[in-house]
Design a protein. Structure first.
Length: 268
């Protein structure tokens, strides 16, 4: 399928984002190339680690042993409950403090300027700063400043960044949506209140946007909460299963694009 660029658009979903690892694992095992990656929030973290060249098996092993203690430290509330320094240090470690120019494939992270409300696509500078900004869930993490912009979680404005993957040059975009499906959630604390509110808002805003993907993968994550890091193994398995189901359509589209790109021939 030479000449056909496949892009992943990895969506927001906090702990449910571990499913992205299962999707990537299945695609690579089946010989589907991943030429560009765009990510929002948890999707930006997984996408950055893959683009930085960390071995997928190591990332999966890390994800199954991760706890919130590794990522968060509470602060006196001003612009967020969690300062985010531990998260930034973690991202620097797993991306090897690389810049976008150091990555093995094109990658972009999506954030939102909380002051202007604009979508911000970050594709230069330190990868860790971009991912930290993209993961800054409003009200939970303190926003992250890059230059003149004060940035928060891109899921607020672009949960599954399909358009960004196209901008990176993808001929075929595989969207991976790990956001909460409509379901009743037990709310126990302020974090749950914030996360559930954002999940509901994102679901309503982006209901039609995700349909612009050439292939949309929606892992069956059932009742797994977006705060449940302990469910990483189940999320990864669900992502892998959903990707396998999508393989026939992905291969069909790749063949169509390959033929379509041949000089003097157009597929109708």
């Amino acid at each position: 399928m030479q000449g056909v660029k496949v892009g992943l658009a990895l969506g927001a979903g906090a702990a449910r984002g571990a499913a992205h690892l299962g999707v990537i694992a299945a695609l690579l095992r089946e010989g589907i190339p991943i030429d560009v990656v765009a990510g929002t929030s948890a999707g930006s973290l997984v996408g950055a680690v893959y683009a930085a060249g960390m071995e997928l098996e190591r990332v999966i092993q890390l994800a199954t042993h991760l706890s919130w203690d590794h990522l968060v430290e509470l602060t006196v509330p001003r612009m967020g409950l969690i300062k985010g320094n531990k998260l930034l240090q973690f991202i620097r470690l797993i991306t090897r403090n690389k810049t976008f120019a150091d990555l093995k494939i094109p990658f972009a992270a999506v954030a939102m300027d909380i002051e202007s409300g604009e979508e911000v696509v970050i594709s230069e500078g330190l990868v860790a700063d971009a991912v930290r900004a993209s993961c800054s869930i409003p009200g939970v993490f303190v926003p992250h400043r890059i230059g003149e912009r004060l940035l928060v979680d891109g899921g607020v404005i672009n949960r599954v960044p399909i358009n960004v993957a196209r901008q990176l040059g993808a001929d075929i975009v595989i969207g991976v949506d790990v956001g909460d499906s409509a379901r009743v959630v037990k709310v126990n604390n302020i974090i749950d209140v914030i996360m559930q509110s954002i999940d509901i808002m994102e679901r309503e805003i982006h209901r039609e946007k995700v349909l612009t993907a050439d292939v949309l993968i929606q892992p069956d994550l059932g009742p797994i909460a977006s705060t449940n890091l302990e469910a990483a193994t189940s999320c990864i398995a669900a992502g892998e299963a959903a990707a396998v189901q999508a393989l026939p359509r992905i291969r069909e589209l790749m063949e169509i694009r390959r033929i379509d790109n041949q000089p003097g021939y157009r597929y109708n």
